[in-house]
Design a protein. Structure first.
Lengths: 228, 228
DNA sequence: TGAAGAAGTGAACAACTATTCACGCCGGAA
DNA sequence: TTCCGGCGTGAATAGTTGTTCACTTCTTCA
């Protein structure tokens, strides 16, 4: 009488859930958040519209999970890059560069996650996403301040401002065109990283050095990403 | 037989048009762009819903004009402040500070104009708005570069990044709370202005001086704005 | 193998608002 | 004063999508 889910069924359910999330992510990467509609997503995931609601209570929940997902990936990449750096200032440079490269490599997705209008309320999820990344950057700024490399400052506000600068300059409506070209991409990443480092108080000359160190390793793997 | 509009009628029509725009602006300032709906706006303007369509072909047109309107005011304020400054660097500082104070004094409106989700497409108008302000800031950066106060750089990208930083730090979802308090407001404006000036290459010490000069005159009249 | 319940389906539904339009009214010309 | 046409009205319309649910199909277990 007691129906128990077999391991196989559990696996299938999890796979379906992932498929729906992946379909949503693909849709967002292709056509922005506007393309994340239940019917099209369900088609991509090879399920019926109603099935989506077996896994997600509402569209808002689906998109919220999507945002959390992408955000988690980005945070991990930033941490990895920063942790691999030799010192606090390099770590900050690496973190900033990583964010820049990430948003550039998936511009539509990044724009959708960050700021694109959505008909349902996903502000909580977006807030959490921003808070995570901003917190990470703030921690890196703080480390550099404690190491005596930067002047004391409101690190939370500075981190938020840096992210705003990166996003607006790289994926906002005024972002330069042709960033698919690897050369231009590298230039843009260098420029915004330089701006960001100087903004928090790194001297111009030193900032230029840090940028060169940080951009090369970050941009190399990015070429593959951009191609995808 | 030939019906001609009397001067009085022309004036009344213009007044009504302004009233509708003003009503839309009030609605946006109160409740963000989400509150700019035809029915509520028409009530505020003391006209019927259908009347709105005698003056604006669609909601998109109404909001586009609203954005252009607000943007025009801001651009004028920025120019005025910058032109009154004694030199290129001061002018840049004044411009940045003015933008900061403006967005802070009408946060909901600013957020609505800049980035809040809207059901109709207003991207063209938003793009134009950003372009205007960004162009003005870029021109000020350029002047400072030509005067030898700043290192050579991509001024358009820098201006875009600065605006992104200001907006995200001051009206974005991670913006600090309690910015209605004049003291906190001044601090926030100072902090972001300092970040912005350093970002484009002003030395820390000099930047601090410029900030003090620029913030005082800009913040004084702002107290009245914030109260409103 | 068959009963019981879970998972999947997709057409129908619901809710929200921008937009329309047939009608009444007011201001202008003669 | 009277006729005419544009202006104002607001209830009705329409289009868009998220969401539901009665039904079908599949899985488990005795």
């Amino acid at each position: 009488m007691v129906y128990r889910r077999t391991h196989q069924v559990v696996k299938r359910l999890a796979a379906r859930r992932s498929a729906i999330l992946a379909a949503a992510r693909d849709a967002a990467a292709d056509g922005g958040m506007a393309a994340v509609q239940i019917a099209p997503v369900s088609v991509r995931a090879n399920v019926a519209a109603g099935t989506v609601y077996r896994y997600f209570p509402s569209k808002a929940d689906l998109i919220s999970e999507l945002i959390a997902d992408v955000s988690r990936d980005e945070l991990a990449a930033v941490r990895r890059a920063a942790d691999a750096a030799p010192g606090p200032s390099s770590a900050l440079a690496a973190a900033v560069t990583t964010v820049a490269v990430h948003v550039l490599s998936q511009r539509k997705l990044a724009w959708g996650i960050l700021a694109e209008p959505v008909d349902v309320d996903v502000s909580a999820s977006r807030l959490a996403s921003r808070r995570e990344i901003s917190g990470e950057i703030a921690a890196r700024i703080d480390a550099a301040v404690r190491a005596g490399h930067l002047p004391a400052q409101d690190t939370a506000l500075a981190a938020t401002a840096l992210l705003g600068a990166l996003h607006e300059a790289l994926v906002g409506p005024l972002a330069p065109e042709n960033l698919d070209d690897p050369g231009r991409l590298r230039d843009a990443v260098q420029t915004v990283t330089l701006l960001a480092l100087r903004a928090v108080g790194v001297m111009d000359a030193r900032a230029r050095g840090l940028v060169v160190q940080a951009v090369l390793p970050a941009v190399l793997p990015a070429k593959a990403l951009v191609g995808a």
